[in-house]
Design a protein around this ligand. Structure first.
Ligand SMILES: *Cc1c(COP(=O)(O)O)cnc(C)c1O
Length: 422
């Protein structure tokens, strides 16, 4: 297949948008006029159909059908039904996926379940391997669980993928990795890493927060034991929408969630005085589900199920390639250091740059209509969501960045103060 030439002028970008087979999907999202939204990796844009769906759940299902909705509108099955759809999106053949709780809580459950399986099979394995620059919650949850278990577990952190083999060994129980790094956008080869982890006798938990909805996934074929991920980033599920947890088929019978709430019970409405876990994925539920968030989130998941993941990936890489090329050709005179891998094979769907005044630069960019975000230290992050971002967006964003830097717009005092959420 021939790759179209990379656009180099504003007109080329407009032509690339016209030729883009995914372009029509943009109209399925409500995006404000005059804004270039490059933060879909933090909070995905609003699918237009989600407006009607959330109104329907509130007005009809809650307002009119009231408590009957648990049965009549199948609220009870939402986490399993939507989880199954996400399971399809991530290539979770044979395993089970439920949509529930937050990624943080799901990491806790998956990690505890994996440690327990290993404790039965190989009780001398007491190390959890992860990455020092993993998303903080992943590390915090692991630390907290280690302390709670109080069984001599410890965390071993690696500083780059090259250190994985050295970190593996007879003492490692579980490896907890994030598929696409939230700051740098670096992508792990899941199949290769999982195979190495398994050869060493450990289990692999993958966090898909920055890859689901942007990268084709085959978690079962690629050897994941458990995966977790969120739905409010590239899946466009809405602010704080429930996350998911997937358990590989080979662990379904044995995987035990440490949070044995009544929704994990085999028969929750028998109101039994003792716990008996449900089969499969359901046992990873805890308590009453956030129905409004789940129902709204399903719209984003359905939208993704319509799209060919390989086409999405091709466009995502074309967008990030263009961004990198334009910064290189038009902004070379500024101290912007690319921290995202240049090799497309190793890159997710966002591009990050270090700049000594990163925070103020991002504030100035946002004030000028280009919404990206900032991550410590000094990192400007631009998420290119292939469902709704286009080539002209990239051109215009880079030109605005050029103006912010050339004219030193970031020096204005109002851009120096930190907001609570960056
Ligand atoms: C966004 C993100 C999270 C978020 O966790 P929440 O519990 O939803 O706040 C966790 N891990 C990674 C790698 C992320 O990128």
């Amino acid at each position: 297949m021939s790759t179209p030439p990379r656009p180099v002028t504003a007109e080329d970008c407009r032509a690339a948008d016209r030729a883009d087979p995914l372009r029509p999907l943009r109209s399925r999202f409500a995006l404000p006029e005059g804004v270039i939204y490059l933060d879909g990796n933090s909070l995905g844009a609003l699918p237009r159909d989600a407006v009607a769906r959330s109104a329907e759940v509130v007005t009809q299902e809650w307002g009119h059908d009231l408590i009957g909705s648990w049965n009549k509108n199948a609220w009870f099955d939402l986490p399993v039904r939507i989880g199954a759809k996400i399971g399809r999106l991530i290539g979770g053949d044979g395993g089970e996926c439920v949509a529930t709780d937050t990624t943080s809580v799901n990491i806790f459950k998956a990690l505890a379940a994996a440690l327990r399986i290993q404790d039965e099979d190989a009780p001398t394995r007491r190390v959890i391997v992860s990455e020092r620059d993993n998303f903080p919650t992943d590390l915090y949850i692991a630390e907290g669980l280690i302390e709670l278990l109080d069984q001599g577990y410890r965390l071993r952190l690696i500083d780059s993928p090259d250190e994985l083999d050295d970190a593996l060994g007879e003492d490692v129980a579980v490896v907890l990795l994030t598929h696409v790094n939230y700051r740098t956008g670096r992508l792990w080869d899941m199949a290769d890493a999982s195979a190495r982890i398994h050869r060493s006798g450990a289990l692999a938990i993958w966090d898909l927060c920055h890859s689901v909805g942007a990268i084709p996934l085959h978690v079962a074929a690629d050897g994941a034991d458990f995966v977790v991920g969120c739905t409010y980033k590239y899946l466009n599920g809405g602010p704080g929408s429930p996350a998911f947890v997937w358990i590989a088929e080979r662990h379904l019978a044995r995987a035990v969630s440490p949070l044995t709430g009544w929704w994990a019970h085999r028969e929750p409405f028998r109101m039994s005085d003792s716990f008996a876990a449900a089969d499969g994925g359901r046992r990873f539920l805890v308590g009453t589900q956030p129905v409004l968030s789940l129902a709204t989130m399903e719209v984003g998941v359905d939208l993704h199920l319509e799209v060919d993941p390989d086409a999405l990936r091709r466009k995502s890489l074309a967008l990030t390639d263009l961004f990198i090329a334009l910064v290189e050709s038009r902004l070379a005179h500024h101290p912007l250091e690319l921290v995202t891998p240049r090799d497309p094979e190793n890159r997710g769907s966002h591009v990050s740059y270090r700049h000594p005044e990163g925070y103020a630069v991002m504030r100035a960019l946002i004030a000028n209509g280009v919404i990206g975000d900032y991550r410590e230290p000094e990192v400007l992050r631009f998420g290119l969501a292939p469902l709704y971002n286009g080539f002209t967006d990239v051109w215009d964003a880079v030109e605005t960045l050029r103006r912010v830097l050339d004219d030193e717009l970031w020096r204005a005092p109002e851009f120096q103060l930190r907001d609570t959420v960056t």
